[in-house]
Design a protein around this ligand. Structure first.
Ligand SMILES: [Zn+2]
Length: 374
């Protein structure tokens, strides 16, 4: 009970903190916008001074504040000098308080995020220990056919965006420019779309063409990086699963080895690849997993990632020096032995050999691979 009470008080304090943070950020942004140079300074000393002070505080320019304070007699008309000085001093104090408060809130939030991530990882490990391991994968060949381009219709369904026809949402969020391209929103009669992830901190409001382009090569919002369930840009190919009973992955004796062979025929790059229209070469990779619980769990993730087009992409290979099929941020082991340095087993990152599996899971999650989606 006591713990529950504590947690909810903490949560509401944090909630209030976040609201404060948004208010303060908005205030600082507003001040920044109101900065209109020297001319403004004489007309509206209070606002202008505050905004100069805001900039100074925001950028940690303590000297600038001292300069403003000390040299104000010269800058201001004599009759206004003392008023300006008082206002500036006032503004400086308010801003100091606000920025300290904002920094504290940001710090608390980052601690909370870290704690949440740790708890999530721990819960995952516990759940993994409780649930029975998946079966070893069957001997099979999986086919993947690439999605050459994401039609507007398909994207509209996945992203479920809102079209801001009236401009109300732009006004509500106080934005006028496309955050990626920098163009005016709604320029040349473009549809303005608001993604589901749009919030106070990140205004995910774009011209439609920006969204269509961004999601060709990524599954994340180009503004806030929230992932969406979009198949990756993997080229068409096969994933061949077989076993080698006579070879063991180092550190996983006496189990045999799951051998996975990926094969990609040559093709023409699609709109979602590096250079649409250019050809790419035939390519293949072979990776190894121990035929035990660790391997079964790894295989489960790799199969899902392959089916969702997330394991490979067409890119410039740094080792081969040409455009071809390359890994897409999900590490695999290309040798049953030789250690980490040779991209092989054993897994030296942890004593219980769970390091590779942990890393694979976190990389798959980062790529938004889903174990449940078929
Ligand atoms: Zn977003």
């Amino acid at each position: 009970m006591e713990q529950e009470g504590g947690a909810s008080t903490e949560a509401s304090t944090l909630e209030a903190g976040i609201t404060d943070w948004i208010d303060i950020t908005r205030f600082l942004e507003q001040q920044e916008r109101e900065k209109k140079g020297e001319e403004h300074l004489w007309k509206l000393p209070h606002e202008a001074l505050r905004s100069r002070a805001v900039t100074a505080v925001d950028f940690g320019m303590q000297q600038e504040l001292i300069y403003l304070l000390h040299d104000f007699d010269e800058l201001c008309a004599a009759s206004r000098a003392s008023m300006c000085r008082t206002l500036l001093e006032e503004a400086r104090k308010v801003l100091e308080e606000l920025t300290t408060k904002r920094d504290n809130i940001m710090m608390v939030n980052s601690f909370r995020l870290e704690r949440e991530l740790l708890a999530e990882k721990e819960a995952e490990r516990e759940a993994r220990e409780k649930t029975p391991p998946p079966k070893l994968p069957a001997i099979q060949t999986l086919l993947f056919e690439t999605t050459p381009s994401l039609s507007e219709e398909a994207l509209r369904k996945i992203l479920d965006w809102t079209v801001d026809t009236t401009g109300d949402l732009r006004e509500k969020h106080n934005v006028t420019l496309d955050p990626i391209m920098g163009d005016e929103l709604g320029d040349e009669n473009e549809e303005v779309v608001v993604l589901e992830c749009c919030n106070e901190a990140f205004k995910c409001i774009f011209n439609k063409s920006t969204v269509l382009k961004a999601f060709e090569s990524d599954h994340r919002c180009p503004m806030c990086r929230q992932p969406y369930a979009i198949d990756g840009p993997q080229p068409s190919g096969t994933m061949d699963i077989s076993y080698d009973a006579h070879t063991c992955c180092e550190g996983h004796e006496p189990f045999g080895t799951i051998v996975i062979h990926y094969s990609f025929p040559p093709g023409i790059q699609t709109e979602r690849m590096l250079k649409p229209g250019d050809p790419y070469d035939v390519d293949s990779r072979t990776v190894y997993l121990p035929a035990d619980e660790t391997g079964a769990r790894c295989a489960q993730w790799l199969i899902a990632a392959f089916k969702q087009g997330k394991l490979f992409k067409v890119g410039l290979s740094s080792t081969r020096g040409r455009v071809g099929v390359v890994w897409n941020g999900i590490h695999q082991k290309t040798r049953p032995n030789g250690g980490e340095a040779n991209h092989g087993w054993p897994d030296e990152t942890t004593k219980d050999h769970s390091g590779h599996l942990d890393r694979l899971i976190s990389e798959c999650k980062k790529a938004n691979v889903s174990l449940t989606k078929q």
